[in-house]
Write a protein that binds this ligand. Structure first.
Ligand SMILES: [Zn+2]
Length: 511
């Protein structure tokens, strides 16, 4: 199968029709979005398409970027650029085959479900923990879904036993892509183009084996130190990482319905082989992910942010958009986010697998506003203070609840995870209103901005006591000593909140 001419990409058109198109048709204005049957494939497909644009028609500088945004890419130019990729975009038994090992693997065949990040692995099956994805639910996959599954596993590759290498950004990285706020108004190609970076030199065919690692013998990693870096490979390999040595079995196939997309196909894939000690990546800064480094240690490695239980909350947003530093970490946003600069009316599409080592707990995604401001340092300083106060307020609330509920609160164990999750979710609308006001007027000259800061602080204060009264003062008929303990805890919460330095810092922003 030639991935350039085959109609293998499911898309949704502007009239709502879902159909399959080839890569050469992807720049058509009628194509609105991809339409993959799984959310992780959808995220993978966007990354793959941006990678293709980046390797074929990347603009020399931001002026050319702007011309393309306004005028598009000519069909002839696009087809010619795609043709150059032909050697890397073949998929099938004949090598080289897209995202699969160039060398044949002498391993046993395993079920094709091994291509899915959330497929239950050996241990999960043994321990009967496959409650999230049931064993046996995916047994046959059509070649179209298999290509995207390959891209998704190579991109997200979680830890998977001795010598099974994680993806270039670690297992289950957080991806942040730039999208328009009014997504429905734009063709797919424009949404992809927002994530294409200026690049001075186009890659040459001679560089392809450094960009598409399946075109040549795998640089394996049995020996320590045999790592692939941005320096010894090509920076564009970021889009085509291949930590897993995989070979799909194109020999034993069957006819029928694909377990992922439901379409009929005459040769569904049933089996795959994989082998450990694939490419070990080291030291990459991937353009789609935000990174953090331990504060106060400039020699510490930059690590891509990962998916985490509960997903993102607004305390994480700032580090996804602007360089930032707190007590623990330095943070830098994804390159595609920094490159969006002061462009208006954009959002960030953030998505990741939350992995517990090899086990996928949950896929989550969020769309959050991407703020463009004239004085990023003033904006960041103000929001840092706001976020410190929000965190302190939450910690005071937890303490208050503990003091109210327990006789010996210091020794008491109490699970606050529901209080935490609810706090960040329920105080988000007030935070959104505040960041909009501060983004409009980062110098805080306007009376409206002052009012917005004070209003946010009042809302936070009200929220604390709303939750405290609801959760701690549950029974007015409690014995006196318990009522007294609860009321004392309430008074302490009030006074420690009022005296809190972070609160004073926030109010001082608008004095
Ligand atoms: Zn399928």
């Amino acid at each position: 199968m030639d991935l350039l001419t085959e109609k293998w990409l499911p898309v949704i058109l502007s009239d709502g029709e879902i159909t399959k198109i080839s890569l050469s048709e992807i720049l058509n204005d009628n194509v609105r979005d991809m339409a993959w049957p799984r959310a992780d494939f959808q995220g993978a497909a966007w990354q793959m398409l941006i990678g293709i644009l980046q390797c074929t028609v990347a603009p020399e500088d931001k002026y050319v970027w702007e011309d393309v945004w306004n005028e598009g890419i000519e069909e002839g130019q696009w087809n010619e650029a795609l043709q150059a990729l032909a050697p890397a975009f073949q998929f099938g038994e004949k090598k080289p085959s897209f995202l699969q090992s160039f060398d044949s693997l002498d391993s046993e065949n395993g079920p094709i479900a091994g291509l899915l990040v959330d497929a239950p692995g050996g241990n999960t099956l043994k321990l009967n923990k496959d409650h999230f994805v049931k064993r046996g639910s995916v047994e046959k996959i059509c070649p179209h879904c298999a290509v995207m599954a390959l891209y998704a596993i190579q991109t997200n590759s979680p830890a998977g036993g001795v010598g099974y290498r994680v993806g270039m950004r670690g297992g289950g990285p957080l991806t942040t892509l730039v999208v328009p706020q009014e997504e429905e108004k734009y063709p797919l190609w424009k949404k992809l183009w927002l994530n294409v970076l200026p690049q001075e030199n186009a890659p040459t065919a001679a560089q392809f084996p450094l960009i598409f690692p399946w075109l040549t013998a795998t640089r394996t990693s049995e020996k320590a130190g045999n790592v692939v870096t941005q320096e010894n490979a090509h920076p564009l390999q970021a889009y085509w990482g291949m930590p897993r040595r995989i070979e799909l079995d194109f020999h034993d196939t069957c006819q029928g319905r694909c377990d992922l997309c439901g379409e009929n196909h005459e040769s569904l894939l049933l089996q795959m082989r994989s082998k450990n000690y694939g490419v070990q990546y080291d030291g990459w800064l991937h353009p789609f992910s935000p990174y953090r480094q331990a504060a106060k240690d400039p020699s510490a490695p930059w690590l891509a942010l990962k998916g985490q239980p509960g997903g993102l909350s607004y305390k994480d947003w700032l580090g996804l958009m602007l360089e930032r530093e707190d007590k623990f970490n330095k943070m830098q946003p994804a390159k595609v986010v920094s490159a969006a600069g002061r462009r208006k009316n954009l959002s960030l599409w953030c998505f990741a697998w939350d992995m517990d080592n090899a086990k996928a707990r949950c896929w989550y995604q969020h769309r959050i506003p991407l703020i463009s401001v004239s004085h990023p340092e003033l904006f960041r300083d103000a929001l840092n203070k706001v976020l410190v106060l929000a965190s302190e307020a939450l910690s005071l609330l937890r303490n208050g609840l503990k003091n109210a509920k327990f006789d010996k609160p210091k020794e008491a164990k109490f699970d606050f995870s529901m209080v935490d999750i609810a706090f960040w979710q329920e105080t988000e609308p007030a935070y959104r209103a505040l960041i909009n006001a501060l983004a409009e007027d980062p110098q805080r000259n306007d009376a409206l901005t002052h009012a917005a800061v004070r209003q946010w602080e009042r809302d936070l204060h009200l929220y604390l006591f709303h939750v405290f009264d609801r959760d701690a003062l549950t029974d007015p008929d409690s014995p006196d000593e318990i009522l007294l303990r609860q009321l004392t805890a309430r008074q302490d919460l009030e006074s420690s909140y009022r005296k809190n330095k972070a609160r004073k810092d926030v109010l001082a922003l608008v004095e």
